[in-house]
Design a protein around this ligand. Sequence first.
Ligand SMILES: Cc1cc2nc3c(=O)[nH]c(=O)nc-3n(C[C@H](O)[C@H](O)[C@H](O)COP(=O)(O)OP(=O)(O)OC[C@H]3O[C@@H](n4cnc5c(N)ncnc54)[C@H](O)[C@@H]3O)c2cc1C
Length: 298
Amino acid sequence: MKPAPFRYLAPRSVQEALTMLAEDGEAKVLAGGQSLIPVLNMRLASPATLVDINRIGHRQIEDAEGLGQVAVSESGVRVGALVRHAHLEADESAYQRIPLLRLALSQVAHPAIRNRGTTVGSIAHADPAGEMPAILVLLKGSVSIASARGTRVVEAADFFQGPMEADLAQDELVTHVTFTATPGTGAAYAEVARRHGDYALCGVGATVVRDPDNADHVLDAAVSFVSTTPVPTRLDLTAAFTTSDPWPAVEEAVNEHIEPESDLHASADYRRQLALTLTRRVLREALAATPTPAGEAR
Ligand SMILES: Cc1cc2nc3c(=O)[nH]c(=O)nc-3n(C[C@H](O)[C@H](O)[C@H](O)COP(=O)(O)OP(=O)(O)OC[C@H]3O[C@@H](n4cnc5c(N)ncnc54)[C@H](O)[C@@H]3O)c2cc1C
C-alpha cells in the first residue's frame, strides 16, 4: 500500500523544524523512516505533514546543535537525533565508555535498517519490542527535548508511558538522548529472536556494580526487558544479591515484573521461560564483566 497524501517539509535548522512543528498541529517528525514509513504505508497513521529532519546539518550547513554527533564524556554518551544505529554501534569511544550500547545495537534489526534508522527515533517511537528504549531505562539515561515553547530534559524512567507512548508532545523534537556511564559497571545483553535481525521474542539487559573494596558485595544489580513488559522499565534486583543464593529472589521478582503476551510467534509461557533463563545468563555475564580494582575484567 501507499501512504495517504502528506505535505513534505525539509527544515535546515532545529529552529526551523520547531517552528514547522508548532505551526501545523498534525505534523510529524521523520527521522530514519524505518518505523514511520511502514506505519504510513499501512495507513495506521496519516499525518497531514512530515517534517524531515535529515537536512539539518547536511553538507555545508553547520550542525550547530550536534544532531549528527556522538559525544562521549566521563558521565556518559550523548547521541544526537540524526545518529544512525550503525554509527553509534561503530563508535569506538562510545563502546569503550558503555560496551552495552554495542552489545544491544548489534541486535537491532538488520544492517540495512541500522544504516538508516536512528537511535533517537527508536526511543521516540517507544516500542517495548525495541532494544534501545530498554537500554536507556536500564542505564538511567535521559531524553533532551526542544519545542518552540522551550527545552526540557526527561528522565528515561518517566519518558516511557505506555506501549508506543512517550512523554512527547506533537510539537516537540527529541534533540538528544544521554546514556549514563557508571564507573565499575559490568553489563550484558542477550535475546532470542526467530531469525537474527527479527524483533526479539524476549531480550534482557543487565548491569551490575560491585563494591571495589569487597568484590562479594554487590552495590547495584538491575535488568530491563524487551518484548515482555508493556513499557520499558528498570527492575532493581540489588536486594536479591544480599543473600548467598540470589537466584530464587531474582526469579520471584522477574515473575512479578514481566507481563508477556502470546502472539503468532510465541506463547506467553514460552516468553516467561525465556525471560527467566536470559535474566540468569545476563546477570552472570554482567557479574563476570565487572572490572577489578586494577581495571582488569574478572
Ligand atoms: C524490518 C524491520 C525490522 C526492525 N527490527 C527492529 C528491531 O529488531 N529492534 C528495534 O529496536 N527496532 C527495529 N526496527 C525499527 C528501527 O530500529 C527504527 O529505526 C527505529 O525504531 C525508528 O527510528 P527511525 O529513525 O527510523 O524513526 P522514524 O521511523 O523516522 O520515526 C519513528 C517515530 O519516532 C518519531 N521520531 C523520530 N525521531 C524523532 C525525534 N528526533 N523527535 C521526535 N520524534 C521523533 C517519528 O515521528 C515517528 O513517530 C525495525 C524496522 C524494520 C523496518
